[in-house]
Design a protein around this ligand. Sequence first.
Ligand SMILES: Nc1ncnc2c1ncn2[C@@H]1O[C@H](COP(=O)(O)OP(=O)(O)OP(=O)(O)O)[C@@H](O)[C@H]1O
Length: 277
Amino acid sequence: MIPTDIGPGAGARTDTPVIELRDVRMHYRSRNSTMFRREIVRALDGISFSVHAGRTLGIVGESGSGKSTAAKVLLGLETPTSGEVAFEGEVVPGFSTAVRRRIGRVISAVFQDPATALNARMTVREALLDPMQVHGISEPAAREARVSELLSLVGLPQSALEVLPGQLSGGQRQRVAIARALALDPRVIIADEPTSALDVSVRAQILNLLTDLKHELGLGMVFISHDIQTVRYLSDEIAVMNGGRIVESGPAADVFDHPSDPYTRSLLGAAPTLLGR
Ligand SMILES: Nc1ncnc2c1ncn2[C@@H]1O[C@H](COP(=O)(O)OP(=O)(O)OP(=O)(O)O)[C@@H](O)[C@H]1O
């Protein structure tokens, strides 16, 4: 049984993956199903990978390949149809509320659109305090100090504290969303298309910020994108997904320099596209 009363990372060995998926399947009833015809979507069809502190795993694949579903399983938001999820070396016996809370303290997420991730009526200060209040972390004074620290970590001035998200630029909003994701001092951040909703001019700044934070804080990262060049820039290891499966994985340099799967080659533009394969 996973203990729920200890702090993030406590007892975990550094060489133990923070989280690991083993032959995970996630099957949904298709949205095209009717009363007479039940169709199943194999969003994940037997995938395995592990996420380590201090390393970035890039997950790349076209729309519908199962990337976001993998993220939801990692975050404990979906219970897989079959397979195992091991969290800090122990197989998760079931996704009870206590287990989800524990995962939520150690793994957090940054999504595509910071405008929807942040509550429009909460100031930046409130948005950053919120996760600490929800999880009952520290005393009020320590929380306030942490809020200031978080702003500095993501390169925002303290004057941003009393501002509402709508008064910020898209890039600044994503910085706030990243600061919020860091509030509980997680070991892993799942970044699901974190730059796709941003202006091209600020994308590189956000990618650089994520890379700096990974090194500074020793964070594990799962970086999800349909854009293989962005994934190449950030990742230590890569998993290429197609149709709910990992068709190729390994160290980033190997996958990019010597892609063995035709689908990876098509993503890299070295072969005709194999959409629908
Ligand atoms: N709750 C659900 N019910 C039914 N089908 C679903 C559900 N969630 C996802 N799917 C289906 O599972 C497949 C994988 O979806 P998923 O969102 O994981 O892909 P993705 O690679 O993240 O795509 P995108 O880049 O467009 O977000 C798709 O066919 C999708 O329609």
